[in-house]
Design a protein. Structure first.
Length: 319
């Protein structure tokens, strides 16, 4: 029985590889980052949390975060990092809006925060002579409870989240803006600021995926680890600059109706690049980032450009 399922899964995978794989790329920005999942996409946007990820609004405050990403890739790699799809091109504009509120009650020195994020994408894909363009919603990401702890130099964060797919999905369309399945995540972050001119941060997101009901494809469990090392050239700084990037690793195989897809189609990505930030106030900031993907297995390989903004809502408070 299992052998028969494996054969069916293998045939299905190879028949649709050049289309299905690309469709996942559509979600590669926010809500389906074509990595380590169907078509190589992930729900969490790789490389998004490279600047003070463990610092949320102070108790009683609400903040708004805006993320804009442009992703361009001209190859889709196999398990060995070699091109797997002929004439592959992807150009994706992803956007997300996030609101986080920190509650006034605390829990033994830990702050309690809740948040919600809405993501959208415009996806342009080309593979093996087929072209597709689609714009739509990606997902809503709900984080019911973050726990954060802040000291003078060290900030810690942990919290679960759930990705709920939005927008229409067509399994026969090359480009889709959504991955079309629910996922569950866990964020763990740390920000260390040994002095007022140095910031070292990491956020690691673990994601367990559900099954796409239209394709019966289930992407494997993966982690995305974002990092940033930032420095301010002067005292009491407004301008910061540094290095940022991410490492993505899939731990379990992709499956179709429980049968492994090919060799497991496990995603692996590594990217690094520069970033610059401007703090208009302690709670209002702007960032520009670039990330080049040096390693890409079972997913697209390209370049990411980011513009990020954070502003307070309601009464402001120092971060």
């Amino acid at each position: 029985m299992m052998e028969g399922l494996n054969k069916v899964a293998s045939k299905t995978w190879w028949r649709h590889r050049q289309i299905v794989v690309c469709a996942v790329v559509a979600t590669a920005l926010f809500g389906g980052q074509a990595q380590a999942t169907e078509k190589g996409l992930t729900q969490w946007a790789q490389g998004v949390q490279t600047i003070v990820p463990a610092i949320l609004p102070p108790p009683g405050d609400t903040e708004f975060y805006s993320y804009l990403q442009y992703y361009s890739a001209d190859r889709f790699n196999d398990s060995h990092g070699d091109p797997a799809i002929s004439d592959f091109k992807a150009n994706i504009i992803g956007a997300a809006q996030r609101v986080v509120h920190t509650w006034k009650p605390t829990l033994g020195g830990w702050n309690l925060s809740s948040g919600v994020m809405l993501a959208e994408a415009n996806v342009k894909l080309e593979a093996a002579g087929v072209r597709s363009n689609y714009t739509g919603l990606t997902y809503i990401y709900i984080t019911p409870l973050y726990l954060t702890r802040n000291t003078k130099t060290l900030h810690l964060l942990a919290g679960p989240g759930v990705y709920l797919p939005l927008g229409p999905y067509n399994k026969n369309r090359l480009a889709n803006s959504t991955n079309n399945y629910t996922s569950f995540g866990l964020e763990i972050a740390a920000t260390w600021m040994p002095n007022e001119r140095v910031e070292i941060s990491n956020e690691t997101n673990f994601t367990v995926n559900g099954t796409n009901p239209d394709t019966h494809y289930r992407s494997g469990t993966y982690m995305i680890s974002d990092f940033g090392l930032n420095f301010a050239p002067i005292k009491n700084p407004k301008w910061w600059a540094g290095v940022n990037g991410f490492y993505t690793k899939q731990f379990t195989d992709d499956t179709i109706r429980g049968a492994k897809v090919g060799d497991g189609f496990r995603l692996e990505h590594f990217a690094i690049g520069p970033q610059v930030m401007y703090y208009a106030t302690p709670a209002v900031a702007y960032a520009l980032k670039y990330q080049h993907e040096f390693i890409a297995h079972n997913g697209p390989q390209g370049d990411r450009f980011w513009f990020e903004v954070v502003v307070p809502l309601g009464h402001s408070g120092s971060k």
